[in-house]
Design a protein around this ligand. Structure first.
Ligand code: DX5
Ligand code: ZN
Length: 214
């Protein structure tokens, strides 16, 4: 069954403790935390202190998606703050392997995120080292954008690569995912679906989460 990781980017930032309780009640599998620095992407969200505080309010795994420049400077701090999974964008880093190794040294899961305008081949040299590959189906930076179906081709390529090589990384699809396209996301090989607005803006978020756990 596909795991659902609601993105708190679409939650009320003044009610995060309540959001953690809600996600638990709605049966979410993972909490997706979108960290943006205003440099790698044209938007700013939150950093390590948010992860540290969220950690106090939920037992669900925290998935920190770092949309920041030079992530190698910060990945250790996100691990120490309580993230269980830390992913970053390879083209934003001067030391991809160093950053992945540092996350592993902290005993956490490491991953790479492939932005909508970045080719799958950028991830190829690292696929044997990662626990998670995030395939973005929007251009990173904002919640609530339209799903770019063409990007699913990269999830299919990752899924094929995994079968051929016996690699064990999970595939997460992030951006514009909703109950209407979850079938395609699953068919492309996704193990985890990130959904921000499709959960937090839904009339019935509990049903929205359940309808994507297919
Ligand atoms: C985009 C973020 C996504 C996004 C998901 O930069 O990485 O996680 O917020 O939100 P929706 O599901 O609304 O696209
Ligand atoms: Zn994200």
């Amino acid at each position: 069954m596909i795991k659902v990781a609601p993105s708190i980017l679409s939650a009320d930032f003044c009610k995060m403790a309540e959001a953690m309780d809600s996600l638990n009640a709605w049966g979410a599998d993972i909490v997706h935390c979108d960290v943006m620095d205003g440099v790698y992407v044209p938007n700013i969200t939150f950093g390590m202190p948010m992860i540290k505080d969220l950690r106090k309010y939920t037992k669900l795994p925290l998935d920190a998606h770092l949309m920041i420049t030079k992530p190698e400077k910060y990945v250790g701090k996100f691990c120490e703050a309580g993230a269980d999974i830390v992913t970053f964008h390879p083209e934003a880093s001067d030391d991809v392997i160093g950053a992945l190794d540092e996350i592993k040294m902290h005993g956490k899961k490491c991953g790479l995120a492939i932005n909508a305008d970045i080719g799958f081949e950028v991830a190829l040299p690292y696929l044997s080292r990662i626990d998670l590959l995030v395939i973005m189906t929007v251009q990173a930076g904002f919640g609530g954008q339209s799903f770019m179906e063409d990007c699913l081709e990269k999830a299919r390529m990752a899924s094929e690569f995994r079968k051929k090589t016996g690699s064990v990384f999970e595939i997460e699809v992030d951006g514009g995912v909703c109950p209407a396209n979850i079938q395609k996301v699953k068919q492309a090989g996704a193990d985890i679906a990130v959904a921000g607005s499709a959960v937090f803006k839904a009339a019935d978020p509990h049903s929205a989460v359940m309808s994507m756990q297919i």
